[in-house]
Design a protein around this ligand. Structure first.
Ligand SMILES: [Zn+2]
Length: 336
C-alpha cells in the first residue's frame, strides 16, 4: 500500500500548538518520520506530503496554502491513504486522550481510523472516539483520509504516557495490521495434531497451494520446535519425523495444539509497562491488578505466548501474582 503521511503543521506560519516544553511541530515530525520509516521497513510505500513553504498575501491564505498543498501532493502522487498526524491542546488541562477525524463517517476512512485508534488506546490513552471533522486536508484529498490527534500536549497524564516510538508503532499497526509474532527464540515442545491435516509451505489456504507442496500429516504427537505463530498457523520444525521434503511447516492452529516445555530465561523489559493478569488491554483491567514493571532484566520462565503477550513467571515477585502477561512489544524474552 502507498501512504501519504501529512506531518502536521511544520510550515510557517502554519505552526502547531505549544505547551511548556511540548511542541506539536516537534512531535508530529518525530512521529511522522518514524511512521514513514516503519511503513517502508514493512514493505509499503510512504512519503511525506508536508510542504516546505506556504504562499499567499494574508496569514489566512498562507495557512490554507499549507493545507491545500498537502492534499494536492497526495492526489498528484495517487497514494492509497492519507494520514495526517497532529497533537491536541486545550485550555482545560484535564482534557486528555486520543481521537481521529474523518470527513465522512460512512466511509472506508472510518474503518481505518478505528483500527489506528484501537492501537493508540491500547497504549493507555483515553478513547475520544472516531469523529467527523471538516478539515481542509480531509476535504480536498481524493483517497480515504484520516487526521490523528495523537494525544494532548496540555495533559500531564498524556505527556507522561507519550512515547514517540510506541505512538508511531501503534499508528503503523493500525494502518497495515499487527506484525506476525515471531517467537524470538525457538520453543521446544510437542505438536499435537488433532485432525488429519496438511503441513503447508506458507499460511495460504491449502486450496491455493500447489498439491506437491502439501504434505498430509496425521493425527498424533510430534516432537517439534515452534519457530513462530503467524496468521493462525504454527510455524514449526519437526524434530524426528520428516514430513515430505521440508524441515519446516505451517500447520493451521485450529487443527493442532502446541504444548511447550517451560523455558527458562530473562525477560528484558524495554519500556516501563504493566504486568497484567491477562492479555486484555490495561485500560480494561482493574487498576489494582496492574503492577508497574520498570525497564530492566528479570529472570524467570516463559510459560506461553498469547495474543501478543508473553506469559511469564518471574523469579522476583511482582505484586501479588506468580504469573503475569507482558505486552510483547514492550519486552523480549531471551532463552538462557
Ligand atoms: Zn495540529
Amino acid at each position: 500500500m502507498y501512504f501519504g503521511i501529512d506531518i502536521g503543521h511544520n510550515c510557517p506560519p502554519d505552526t502547531g500548538a505549544v505547551s511548556g516544553k511540548h511542541s506539536e511541530d516537534v512531535y508530529t515530525k518525530k512521529v511522522g518520520e518514524l511512521v514513514i520509516k516503519q511503513l517502508v521497513q514493512r514493505g509499503h510505500r510512504a512519503v511525506s506530503v508536508t510542504p516546505r513553504r506556504a504562499y499567499g498575501a494574508r496569514l489566512r491564505d498562507r495557512i490554507m496554502s499549507s493545507l491545500k498543498q498537502r492534499a494536492r501532493k497526495a492526489n498528484r502522487l495517487g497514494v492509497d491513504y492519507f494520514v495526517s498526524i497532529h497533537f491536541n491542546a486545550a485550555a482545560n488541562r484535564r482534557a486528555s486522550g486520543s481521537e481521529i477525524f474523518v470527513y465522512n463517517y460512512h466511509s472506508s476512512a472510518r474503518t481505518l481510523a478505528q483500527e489506528v485508534l484501537n492501537r493508540i488506546v491500547a497504549l493507555g490513552f483515553r478513547n475520544r472516539k472516531v469523529k467527523t471533522g471538516n478539515f481542509a486536508v480531509l476535504k480536498y484529498t481524493n483517497m480515504p483520509a484520516i487526521l490523528i490527534e495523537c494525544c494532548f500536549l496540555t495533559s500531564t497524564e498524556d505527556m507522561n504516557r507519550f512515547n514517540v516510538e510506541q505512538m508511531a508503532t501503534a499508528i503503523v499497526n493500525g494502518l497495515v495490521g499487527d506484525p506476525p509474532i515471531i517467537v524470538d527464540s525457538s520453543i521446544p515442545g510437542i505438536l499435537k495434531v488433532k485432525v488429519n491435516t496438511y503441513a503447508k509451505p506458507s499460511t495460504d489456504q491449502s486450496s491455493s497451494i500447489k498439491r506437491r507442496e502439501l504434505y498430509p500429516i496425521d493425527i498424533g504427537e510430534y516432537k517439534a520446535i515452534l519457530l513462530g505463530d503467524e496468521e493462525g498457523h504454527y510455524y514449526v520444525k519437526l524434530d524426528d519425523e520428516q514430513i515430505g521434503e521440508r524441515k519446516v511447516h505451517y500447520i493451521y492452529s485450529q487443527h493442532a495444539e502446541f504444548l511447550d516445555k517451560v523455558v527458562a530465561g530473562v525477560l528484558k523489559v524495554k519500556v516501563s509497562t504493566y504486568a497484567k493478569p491477562s492479555s486484555d488491554q490495561s485500560s480494561s483491567i482493574n487498576p489494582t491488578e496492574l503492577y508497574s514493571l520498570e525497564a530492566g532484566e528479570y529472570k524467570g520462565k516463559l510459560l506461553d505466548e498469547q495474543n501478543g503477550h508473553y506469559v511469564v513467571e518471574l523469579d522476583k515477585l511482582i505484586g501479588e501474582r506468580e504469573v503475569h502477561y507482558i505486552f510483547a512489544q514492550h519486552a523480549e524474552f531471551v532463552v538462557e
